[in-house]
Ligand binder design. Structure first.
Ligand code: TRP
Length: 375
């Protein structure tokens, strides 16, 4: 299993570490690379080339073609993704959500968003259930702020919507045995039993409608759905299809994902312009040289530079502008400080609008909640 491998990187839902080789990860997980043909197919159906597909931010999938075959025959799917509320939302979390929103618009389909307050209570020794519940509320605001349609979008909170989830989770749980989850996640005798049952709760929304589901998600979440896919036929349901994004690097550099618990290495959607500026200037891992002279002479390395990567992954959607930045940084014309300034401006522009929408989301949240009101 991934857990025991001798590789120099680890990718599991609760632990991501090292410099991830995505081609090797595709092999290990047994997923498929998003081919140029698949990109073309999606472009043809949606009439748009999404930058996250073109740039390989979404790089891998399971059975996306089956979803599109069905769709072209007139059979709709639904979308599902989620968030483990262990802290405030950071900008890396927005990547699959923004893409999910694009899919919802283009395919005109329903969307479910699961907030797993129970999961983060089980997996984080220092968090209380009340705290994860509060972060669930905060995270929901960010999700809503991205502009999902309330008529077609429902937010599920595990501890609040358990009545609906539990009968589905029970059917799933009966088909997954301990040795499977143990091998998949590296559980030990010390692992709490909440964790051991948890995959069945993350699986439950896959079967909430009588249609096939497509899940846009960070590739670290794939192991849960590998188990779900294995058992789906055993409970008479279609296997969930998946489309995976890369892990978004933390500010401090390559290796590992942006973690909501390392405050200085993370840009939160709630950060003020000044905090954003300070964090990026102080912490953003640079691919530049140590002196201006050196940088002018040798040039920088955009491929490892976190500021450049954030522009590529999210904040500069114009390909021409991005290419100019890449070339100028590589040639030494653009300095690290100047590259950081470009990113700071982009993020702050985005956040000023996002934070306004986030405030408005407080009055909209009841329209999005599945079954219950918030309190
Ligand atoms: N376990 C995920 C996390 O820690 C949250 C989650 C729940 C999720 N359901 C999902 C993520 C479906 C992707 C797709 O963030």
């Amino acid at each position: 299993s991934i857990w025991m491998s001798a590789d120099d990187f680890v990718v599991t839902p609760w632990h991501v570490e090292g410099d991830i080789d995505y081609d090797r990860l595709i092999k290990k997980f047994g997923t498929e690379k998003i081919s140029l043909e698949l990109q073309e197919r999606i472009k043809k159906i949606t009439n748009e080339e999404h930058f996250m597909l073109k740039r390989g931010i979404f790089f891998s999938h399971r059975e996306m073609n089956r979803i599109l075959d069905d769709y072209e025959k007139g059979n709709k799917f639904f979308l599902y993704t989620g968030r483990g509320p262990s802290g405030h939302t950071h900008i890396g979390h927005l990547v699959p959500w923004v893409f999910a929103k694009w899919l919802q618009e283009k395919f005109d389909v329903n969307m479910y968003f699961q907030l797993t307050d129970d999961e983060k209570f089980y997996s984080k020794p220092d968090l209380t259930l009340e705290e994860t519940g509060n972060f669930a509320y905060e995270n929901a605001l960010d999700f809503i702020a991205l502009g999902f349609k309330p008529e077609k979008t429902k937010i599920i909170i595990n501890t609040k919507n358990i009545q609906t989830l539990y009968p589905i989770a029970a059917k799933v749980a009966k088909k997954i045995n301990f040795s499977n989850t143990k091998a998949t996640f590296g559980f030990t005798n010390e692992t709490n039993i909440g964790m051991i049952f948890y995959t069945s709760l993350q699986s439950a929304p896959c079967f909430i409608e009588d249609k096939p589901v497509l899940i846009p998600l960070g590739v670290d979440q794939d192991p849960h759905f590998r188990l779900t896919r294995d058992i789906a036929p055993k409970i008479g349901k279609p296997k969930p299809a998946l489309i995976h994004n890369i892990m978004i690097p933390g500010l401090k550099g390559p290796g590992g994902k942006m973690s909501a618990s390392d405050e200085s290495g993370t840009i939160y959607t709630t950060d003020t312009p000044n905090v954003v500026k300070k964090k990026i200037n102080k912490y953003a891992f640079s691919g530049g040289q140590t002196s201006v002279e050196e940088h002018r002479r040798i040039g920088g390395n955009p491929d490892i530079d976190v500021s450049y990567q954030y522009l590529r992954i999210f904040f500069e959607q114009d390909d021409n502008k991005l290419k100019t930045i890449y070339d100028d940084y590589k040639s030494g014309k653009l300095l690290s400080g100047e590259l950081k300034a470009i990113l700071i401006e982009k993020i702050n522009k985005f956040l000023s609008i996002h934070q306004e929408k986030r405030e408005k989301a407080k009055d909209q949240i009841d329209k999005f909640l599945f079954e219950n009101k918030w309190k």
